[in-house]
Design a protein around this ligand. Structure first.
Ligand code: CMP
Length: 143
């Protein structure tokens, strides 16, 4: 299995709950390495652009409002099969359906306030990493 990179957001609900460490511990325990990490406050324009694929969905406006209500932690994760592994440790989008021990089971409130985001495919991972991290930033952090 190839070493992959994926992109993660610890969302405003999890940051407000003081769960940055709790979420990160689960990622690390799953074998994912935090390659880059920074706390940022999304502007409305950034949140709208990041979630533009959901523009026509009824939850889009609420999602943008939620994602801008407080700081988030954006991260680049690396590891074997990182995209699938991250999604596994995140759990289902709806925490009611998330498996025991997953991030969303332990830290999410509902389908919107669901603690974390993770890329769903190699192409989106690449785009989402580039949305928040410059090539120079990533190069400076390379081991
Ligand atoms: P995320 O994995 O970041 O991708 C899109 C986000 O939209 C999702 O997590 C949730 O925060 C939110 N979302 C998805 N489905 C719904 C829904 N039915 N109602 C409200 N928010 C949703």
């Amino acid at each position: 299995m190839a070493i992959e990179r994926t992109f993660s957001i610890i969302k405003p609900d999890a940051v407000a709950k003081n769960a940055i460490g709790g979420v990160t511990a689960k990622l690390e325990a799953a074998g994912l390495r935090i390659l880059a990490s920074k706390m940022v406050r999304l502007s409305e324009a950034q949140a709208k652009a990041f979630y533009v694929v959901h523009k026509e969905r009824p939850f889009y406006a609420g999602l943008v409002k939620f994602m801008t209500e407080g700081p988030v932690v954006v991260q680049v994760l690396e590891g074997e099969n990182a995209i699938a592994k991250n999604r596994e440790v995140m759990g289902a989008t709806n925490p009611e359906k998330a498996a025991a021990g997953t991030i969303r089971k332990d830290f999410a409130s509902d389908i919107e306030r669901n603690a974390v985001h993770g890329s769903d495919a190699p192409e989106t991972a690449k785009e989402e990493i580039a949305f928040f991290f410059s090539t120079a930033e990533l190069a400076a952090l390379a081991r």
